[in-house]
Design a protein around this ligand. Structure first.
Ligand SMILES: N[C@@H](CCC(=O)N[C@@H](CS)C(=O)NCC(=O)O)C(=O)O
Length: 205
């Protein structure tokens, strides 16, 4: 199978960490792709009309998207219930935590695009402030229950949180999340002890 990939993408990082944790990394070929809003990539649009990465292209040509569904697919391939609990209260807690983190990442990415891709005269500060605030208040939510989260077996929500914090370091290095959220800082430090997390830290911007 092939994964469309960029080392800068927090969504692709999530899949990479999951694949390492599930012991499937050697079965995946990484295929570098460059995508950005307002830039055409016709070849990639034929693979996924959304023109977003990552997608997983199976050996039979079927395409699996998006990052959560890819992790779900890999989890099932590895026997099921490994990174996404298969039933009960924990399943819904983990999925719900992950949805919040996914939304936070979407908002952070929009802030990045607003600051880098959108022409200066067209930027809308109130809009990007609103999106940044969603990510920031999301971090506050996790600051309050990160210890309970960490007590669970390693799961997709913990991976999502690692990717949010890593992306904050990578694209918003002056945002001050470590000072504002010391428990998240401790969580992040601890997570960096995992080879899957450490090896996937985004390259220096
Ligand atoms: N919901 C998607 C989001 C993927 C996503 O937004 N990827 C970014 C790269 S980090 C992208 O492809 N952006 C290109 C664009 O929006 O034009 C997922 O979880 O896979």
């Amino acid at each position: 199978m092939k994964l469309t990939f960029s080392a800068a993408s927090p969504f692709a990082r999530k899949v990479r960490i999951a694949a390492i944790e599930l012991g499937l990394i050697d079965k995946i070929e990484f295929s570098p792709v460059t995508v950005a809003p307002a830039t055409q990539n016709e070849e990639y649009s034929r693979i996924t009309p959304l023109k977003k990465l990552p997608v997983l292209i199976l050996d039979n040509g079927e395409v699996i998207l998006d990052s959560y569904v890819i992790v779900e697919y890999l989890d099932e391939l590895a026997g099921g219930g490994k990174l996404i609990p298969s039933s009960g209260t924990l399943k819904w807690r983990v999925k719900s935590d992950h949805s919040l983190l996914q939304g936070m990442l979407d908002s952070m990415l929009l802030c990045r695009y607003e600051g880098i891709v959108r022409p200066e005269g067209l930027r809308w500060k109130a809009w990007s402030d609103d999106h940044w605030n969603r990510a920031w208040t999301g971090m506050a939510r996790f600051e309050h229950h990160v210890e309970a989260m960490q007590a669970r077996p390693f799961d997709i929500a913990q991976i999502g949180l690692v990717c949010v914090l890593g992306y904050a370091d990578f694209r918003f290095p002056d945002c001050g999340w470590r000072k504002a959220y010391p428990r998240l800082d401790a969580f992040h430090q601890k997570m960096l002890e995992r080879p899957s997390v450490k090896i996937s830290v985004p390259p220096a911007a």
